[in-house]
Write a protein that binds this ligand. Sequence first.
Ligand code: ADP
Ligand code: MG
Length: 263
Amino acid sequence: MSILSVKNLEKKFGDLTVLKDISFDINDGEIISIIGSSGSGKSTLLRCMNQLETITSGTITIDGKTLVETKNGTPVYAGKDVLKEILMETGFVFQNFNLFPQYTALENVMLAKKLLAAEQPDFKERKREILTAIEVQAKVLLTQMGLDNRMDNYPHQLSGGQCQRVAIARALALQPDILCFDEPTSALDPELTGEVLKVIKSLTDLHITMVIVTHEMAFAKEISDRIIFMDKGVIIEDASPDEVFSSDNERTREFLGKYHDVN
Ligand code: ADP
Ligand code: MG
């Protein structure tokens, strides 16, 4: 079953078209890597899916709900409630972690849940019980990320790899159906990259749909059900890792040729 569907997506910044007629479907539980040179539109695509950018035209459907569709050439977004529902179903782990520096690891993981809980009508009566449950869940997630002895540390007291694992725990706290990663290891040293890739690989057991923008080709080849290769705002390949890595397409060959470790 398709959990995410993008049809004829176009995104312009002023006169610059950065996404051109992008269409693809992702099935429930699939792991998709998006690869391509810097500037090819990978982040913009993820940001359009996560409501961080508005599209110029096209359709995006997430878990059967229409996020945006185009009528008479104009994109029409869903109402506030539906947008929020969809947002709750899609987690996003950023390139630069985006942790709140003034909060500990534990507080960072708990924050979104606490804000949501405070909106519930029965929050006042059940405050203690609800907050305890949120804290227990955050501690379980941080422990799963190997950070059981780091919960009370602030981001500046953690390595880049540890920060990224906190960011992953924070995204998982909302139990998303789809988890998007934008170059989760690009800000990390090689040894820290390995530790974060290992954590992401361990998430495959959770059967969450994952969309991962990455330059780690060996990792993408190993972990993905499908790889999407983008070049200059268009999808050149959308196929199994084996098919993409043995593609005859000239642009694909040229791009992958830069990564000697997997060829
Ligand atoms: P990638 O993630 O593949 O490196 P991006 O999606 O970040 O590519 O960028 C695609 C293109 O869109 C680039 O040419 C970039 O300069 C441009 N771009 C991205 N964000 C903006 C923005 N907010 N305003 C104008 N141009 C942008
Ligand atoms: Mg990017």
